[in-house]
Design a protein around this ligand. Structure first.
Ligand SMILES: [Mg+2]
Length: 400
């Protein structure tokens, strides 16, 4: 399999929502297509992916650094022993001349490319991506059903508790049994009122997680930890700065319930440090690293190695993101579960269908690859990306 061209474009999120730190109305996502010479039913296979949600599109890094490196490689250096496109080799090539450390925006750019390579391989093999990924990592995806929870409860402009109650009830009507809302963007008393409203809608504190998005300083995080303790919540997510491992340790010391973090760590070295210094407790606290933000599945597998080496369990890994890419990854690797954004962060949030396979569980489709083409909101964006790449001689043709 040879890559014939690579195209990318920035797609704006349709999201008028905010968490404690970020207003998403200006956010973008990089949609990437890796065109190959592999043929299925006489048509060239095109691998598609995007760089998760929440870290903006990375068109500059893709166009100026990574895509030219990959296209400049000897095609034989990008395939595995069986002749399939190798996502790991593509990633290594994309990272040529990049220094170690400082894993920021480039981790998301590289992830979109690496994940598009997985999509291409799965399509060339005419199977859903979760099967390709499971086989590669020696897993048997016994059941592709993935436990999911509905992440929402953002700070919508003008929204009140009534709105929050309506939102969570609508998730419950769609079959969700666990929920997450944002905290830390209002006064503690206001947030506690929102939490009580959400628990009422969720039916039980154990069905509700809360996410501060790294907003709280040490004193505020400890104040929230004390105030949250009586509710018996499912977990308390990112109390403070995601790289302040000592703060994380202090919160865990003051909070008996599960603490979740990791979505803003983009390398296995960062995960190693979190596990060494963040106070996390195996089989209690939740790890949320997201392959779409962190160099793709190749680096995510290194993170899993680190998780295992430090005595933690895959079943406590719940990737951030709430999209089809992670649904396949969680199904393939048998991780604990997956975030879901039903109706939020379109066209990338949520899965191919709003329908769950059964209450509390989503199942990836059986279309080849990640099945992004099965998601109605994404189809026009994909069509525009593919239509805008007429010239195989340059990777820049795909720009909008
Ligand atoms: Mg979060």
């Amino acid at each position: 399999v040879r890559i014939t061209r690579i195209s990318e474009r920035s797609v704006r999120l349709r999201a008028g929502v905010a968490n404690a730190v970020v207003n998403f109305s200006q956010h973008t996502v990089s949609l990437v297509a890796v065109h190959t010479d592999a043929l299925v039913d006489g048509r060239p296979v095109v691998g598609l992916a995007f760089d998760s949600i929440g870290r903006f599109a990375q068109g500059g890094i893709l166009r100026d650094r990574m895509i030219p490196r990959v296209l400049g490689a000897d095609p034989d250096d990008l395939v595995d022993a069986d002749g399939w496109l190798s996502p790991a080799k593509l990633l290594a090539r994309a990272m040529t001349d990049e220094k170690p450390g400082g894993h920021g925006d480039r981790a998301a750019a590289a992830a979109a490319l690496e994940l598009a390579a997985w999509d291409a391989v799965a399509k060339a093999r005419e199977e859903p991506a979760y099967r390709t990924i499971a086989r590669h990592f020696g897993r048997t995806a016994a059941s592709p059903d993935v436990p999911v929870y509905a992440a929402g409860g953002y700070y919508y402009p003008g929204a009140d508790d009534q709105e929050l109650r309506r939102e969570l009830r609508s998730y419950a009507e769609h079959g969700y049994r666990a929920f997450k809302i944002k905290i830390g963007g209002a006064a503690l008393a206001t947030d506690l009122r929102r939490i009580e409203t959400a628990i009422e809608a969720a039916g039980d504190g154990a069905a509700l997680s809360v996410d501060a998005n790294g907003r709280l300083d040490r004193d505020a995080a400890l104040a929230y930890a004390a105030a949250l303790a009586p509710y018996g919540l499912r977990w308390f997510e990112e109390p403070g700065d995601p790289l302040d491992f000592a703060l994380n340790q202090d919160v865990i010391g003051a909070f008996a319930g599960p603490v979740a973090t990791g979505e803003n760590l983009f390398s296995h070295a960062d995960v190693r440090n979190l596990l060494r210094h963040g106070g996390l407790r195996p089989r209690r606290d939740i790890l949320q690293m997201d392959a779409g933000l962190s160099y793709g599945i190749t680096e995510y597998a290194r993170m899993i190695d680190e998780v295992e080496a430090q005595g933690f369990d895959w079943a406590w890994m719940y990737p951030h993101g709430g999209h089809l890419l992670n649904l396949h990854i969680v199904a393939a690797l048998g991780l604990g579960g997956c975030e879901a954004y039903p109706g939020v962060f379109q066209p990338f949030g949520g899965f191919a269908t709003e329908e769950l396979a059964r209450p509390g569980f989503a199942r990836p489709g059986e279309s080849p690859g990640f099945g992004l083409e099965d998601k109605a909101a994404l189809r026009p964006e994909i069509a525009e990306l593919l239509a805008a790449t007429p010239d195989p001689s340059t990777s820049r043709a795909g720009r909008r």
